[in-house]
Write a protein that binds this ligand. Structure first.
Ligand code: CTP
Ligand code: CA
Length: 232
């Protein structure tokens, strides 16, 4: 325990964080995305850096520039984010999926701007890969051989606990950070967040409303406490 208690509890660990919303192209000038600001992911990147980790940040669309001192990789679509994440897993100790990944993308992306003609048109959407689920499957396939620690987020508006625990189990996460995005002071665009944390045994803690950076610091402590010793 004493070894974990230093000011840089994640020194020597490589942490991969995804942030922001994905952009799913309809045509060269139009896309489908979501309201994610990237703030929670950026706060996590800063907190991980301050804990001594070597941080890689995979960013979709965000409202601001990535924090300094981290390796930032820009992606657009969920498919690009999937590839950027999966190829780095063998060199990663902790992965944190704060990104708001679009669940669907247009089945086809037009090469040219779509012209208006008919009164109604429809857009066919197909499911995107579930990146967090794929990470969980990769980890079980490897029998957790590199000890990858997986942290997911669950954005909910109803039955937060039930959905969060279900996602934790389904996606084989070690920690799930649930936020009720319908609450004032939580979720998309806000500078604060109100989260509940679950692990495989159940509720870990309900955090009060705090700045996203404070939430991120506490999440880093919870991760550091649960990481296997380096080299074991
Ligand atoms: N996630 C992901 N890839 C997707 C969709 C979600 O990696 N295609 C990740 C998110 O980054 C988050 C977690 O899965 O860490 C939960 O995302 P969320 O949207 O809350 O859950 P879904 O499984 O997509 O379920 P639903 O949107 O139907 O609630
Ligand atoms: Ca979703």
């Amino acid at each position: 325990v004493a070894m974990l208690a230093g000011p840089r509890p994640l020194a020597g660990r490589s942490v991969l964080i995804t942030a922001g919303g994905t952009v799913e192209r309809i045509d060269p000038v139009r896309y489908i995305s979501n309201d994610s600001s990237g703030k929670m992911g950026f706060a996590l990147a800063e907190a991980a850096r301050a804990s001594g980790a070597d941080v890689t940040l995979i960013c979709g669309r965000t409202d601001s520039a990535a924090p300094s001192g981290v390796k930032a990789i820009k992606v657009n679509s969920a498919v690009e984010m999937y590839e950027a994440v999966m190829e780095r897993l063998p060199q990663t100790d902790v992965v944190i999926k704060a990104a708001a990944v679009a669940d669907y993308r247009p089945k086809e992306t037009a090469d040219h701007k779509i012209k208006k003609s008919a009164e109604t048109i429809s857009l066919e959407l197909i499911r995107n890969p579930d990146i967090l689920q794929s990470i969980g499957e990769w980890k079980s396939g490897n029998k957790g051989s590199n000890g990858l620690f997986v942290v997911g987020f669950a954005a909910e508006t109803t039955d937060v606990e039930r959905h969060a625990v279900d996602k934790l189990n389904r996606k084989k996460c070690d920690l799930m950070i649930a936020n009720d995005v319908s609450r004032e002071g939580a979720g998309f665009g806000s500078d604060t967040n109100i989260v509940s944390v679950y692990d495989t045994r159940g509720l870990v803690e309900n955090m009060p409303q705090m700045s996203k950076r404070e939430v991120a610091n506490r999440i880093m402590e919870l991760i550091a406490q649960r990481l296997p010793m380096k080299g074991s």
